[in-house]
Design a protein around this ligand. Structure first.
Ligand SMILES: Nc1ncnc2c1ncn2[C@@H]1O[C@H](COP(=O)(O)OP(=O)(O)OP(=O)(O)O)[C@@H](O)[C@H]1O
Length: 237
């Protein structure tokens, strides 16, 4: 459903992605892990048509995002929870999104409930939202059209323990309903509890991918992650 094939991205003098290949299947949550600067955001931006790969392809349902018919219906994404107009209320932001997608206003109430934002919170302006509330709003926005593919960059950032518990349940429900869910995260313990499959990236390269069992063989994810990234650093030195 999501497929990266030999994706390379060069910025001036920097190879941000180096032959990145992996897939995300329907009915699963894939955790995309890597240290700071590993290339996670670059890969997600390419997937969502916001940046062009130097070579290789990133496709959704077999096509680059920009060639999808009505991509907003097929793909829900949250890359930057802060990227909203500060003077609009949460409800206004979602209503505009619903109108753009041709959805009834009643869908706004549904997604507000789904992400646990109260009516009172929805009527506040975005500038007064905490990071956790911004994440919830961004997730609500991504879910408006009930897309089958979901892409989230660090969705657990700023969520309190209750919020993280909620997010875990939501992602599980979406995957169980047949969605393909790709999420990047630094929170290894959380990813360990949420994801069915893991892709570890370091210095622009996929260092390992598979189920937790395949990757860990009994070790916890933190240990696997630290070993893989340290090895990548040694090779690059
Ligand atoms: N627009 C850009 N111009 C030049 N270099 C860039 C640009 N965007 C990203 N990079 C570089 O590409 C590499 C990957 O960055 P990216 O933001 O994708 O990493 P990340 O894994 O998302 O990191 P983090 O966890 O810190 O968000 C880094 O070396 C970064 O400095």
């Amino acid at each position: 459903m999501i497929e990266f094939t030999s994706v390379v991205k060069d910025y001036k003098g920097v190879r941000a992605l180096d032959e990145v290949s992996f897939t995300v299947e329907p009915g699963s949550v894939t955790g995309f892990l890597g240290p700071n600067g590993a290339g996670k955001t670059t890969a997600l931006r390419i997937l969502l048509g916001l940046s062009r790969p130097t070579s290789g392809t990133a496709t959704i349902f077999g096509r680059p995002y920009r060639e999808l018919e009505a991509p907003g219906w097929q793909v829900g994404a949250l890359l930057d929870a802060n990227a909203q107009h500060p003077g609009r209320t949460g409800r206004e932001i979602l209503t505009l999104g619903a109108m753009t997608l041709g959805l009834p206003r009643s869908r706004v109430d549904e997604v507000l409930e789904l992400v646990g934002l109260t009516e009172r919170e929805a009527r506040r302006t975005f500038r007064g939202y905490s990071l956790g509330m911004r994440q919830r709003l961004g997730i609500a926005h991504a879910l408006l059209a009930r897309p089958r593919v979901l892409v989230f960059d660090e969705p657990a950032n700023g969520l309190d323990p209750q919020g993280i518990h909620w997010l875990r349940g939501l992602l599980r429900e979406l995957a169980d309903a047949g969605c393909a869910v790709l999420l990047s995260s630094h929170l290894l313990a959380e990813v360990e509890r949420i994801a069915d499959r893991i892709v570890v990236i370091g210095r622009g390269r996929v260092l390992a991918q598979g189920t937790l069992d395949e990757l860990g063989r009994g070790r916890d994810l933190e240990r696997v992650f630290l070993e893989l990234t340290a090895e990548a650093d040694r090779r690059a030195a």
